[in-house]
Design a protein around this ligand. Structure first.
Ligand SMILES: C[S@@+](CC[C@H](N)C(=O)[O-])C[C@H]1O[C@@H](n2cnc3c(N)ncnc32)[C@H](O)[C@@H]1O
Length: 265
C-alpha cells in the first residue's frame, strides 16, 4: 500500500472570509450569509450534483490549504488554556489538513452550489460533498467529552465586565461604518470570559504592561483590573514600511486609512 494518496479538488469555495479571523471556528448559525461552492467544469459534475437539491444540509470535505504545520496536541481557542490531543479537537493544524463542515444547502445552480454560513476562507479547495442524513449522522445525546466543560462555562454569564474607552468606541464605529470591519462582538465575548494570556486566542501581555488581543492585522489594547476589562484603543499590526511595500496585504486600503485617521497624531 502506497504511503501517499492523491486527491484533487472538485471545486473551490467563494466566501467573504479573506482572513482567518473572519471565518468562525464553526459556521455561525445566526449569520445571514450566502456562500458559493464553484465546482470545476469538464468533469461531469453537472451529473454528480443531480438529486442533491432535495437535501437541506450537506457535508463538505475540504482542505486547510493555508496551513503547513501540525502538532499532535493543540490548544483550542475556547475554554481554559489547555492542550488537547489534536484528534480530540477541530484544530486546522492536523497531519492531513482535512476539514469537515455541515452546511445549509440553499440551491443548486448548474455547477454552483449556493450554501449558508461557513467556516472556510475564500478560495478553499473542496474535496467532496455528501448529503447530511439525520437518520444516520445525528446523535444529539452523545457525550461531548472535554467540550462539555467549555459549553457549560460559556452558558454562564461572562465573569468580566468589558468597557470601551471613548477612543476605542469611536475607532470600532469608524472601522464598521467606513470599512465593514467588525470584530467587536467576538472580542467582547473573548474578553468577557477570559482576557488572560492565551496563545491560540492571540492574547499576550506587552512590555508597557497592557494586554493585547489580535484579530488578523487588528490589535485591541486593554487593561484588566480585578473583574473589569477596559479597552484602551485599537491599533493595526503592520509597520508603515511593510504597509507601503507589500501590495498583497489583505485589507491594505483599510489599514492605510486607519493609520491616516488614528495613528498619525
Ligand atoms: C476550527 S476550524 C474547524 C473546521 C471544520 N468545521 C472542521 O471541524 O474540520 C475553522 C477555522 O479554520 C480556518 N480556516 C478556514 N479555511 C481555511 C483554509 N483554507 N486554510 C487554513 N485555515 C482555514 C479558519 O480560521 C476557521 O475559523
Amino acid at each position: 500500500m502506497s504511503q501517499s494518496l492523491n486527491v484533487e479538488p472538485i471545486g473551490f469555495v467563494r466566501t467573504g472570509h479573506e482572513m482567518k479571523f473572519q471565518a468562525g471556528h464553526q459556521p455561525d448559525p445566526k449569520a445571514i450569509e450566502r456562500n458559493v461552492i464553484e465546482l470545476l467544469p469538464g468533469k461531469q459534475f453537472e451529473l454528480a450534483v443531480e438529486d442533491l437539491e432535495g437535501f437541506d444540509r450537506i457535508w463538505l470535505v475540504w482542505w486547510f490549504d493555508k496551513n503547513t504545520t501540525w502538532r499532535p496536541r493543540a490548544m483550542p481557542p475556547r475554554g481554559p488554556a489547555k492542550r488537547r490531543g489534536v484528534f480530540a479537537t477541530r484544530s486546522p493544524h492536523r497531519p492531513n489538513p482535512i476539514g469537515l463542515t455541515c452546511v445549509d444547502l440553499v440551491k443548486v445552480e448548474g455547477l454552483n452550489l449556493v450554501v449558508g454560513p461557513l467556516d472556510l476562507l475564500d478560495g478553499t479547495p473542496v474535496l467532496d460533498i455528501k448529503p447530511y442524513l439525520t437518520t444516520v449522522d445525528c446523535f444529539p445525546d452523545s457525550s461531548l467529552g472535554w467540550v462539555a466543560e467549555v459549553e457549560n462555562l460559556l452558558s454562564q454569564p461572562p465573569p468580566y465586565d468589558v468597557q470601551l474607552s471613548e477612543k476605542a468606541k469611536a475607532q470600532l464605529e469608524w472601522l464598521k461604518s467606513e470599512w465593514k470591519v467588525d470584530f467587536w462582538e467576538r472580542a467582547q465575548s473573548i474578553l468577557g470570559y477570559d482576557p488572560t494570556h492565551h496563545r491560540t486566542r492571540r492574547i499576550l501581555q506587552i512590555p508597557d504592561g497592557r494586554m493585547r488581543l489580535g484579530f488578523g492585522p487588528w490589535r485591541i489594547y486593554y487593561n484588566i483590573d480585578e473583574q473589569r476589562v477596559t479597552v484602551d484603543e485599537i491599533r493595526q499590526g503592520y509597520t508603515l514600511d511593510k504597509l507601503e511595500r507589500f501590495d498583497e496585504i489583505p485589507h491594505r486600503d483599510a489599514l492605510r486609512a486607519f493609520v491616516d485617521r488614528w495613528e498619525s497624531e
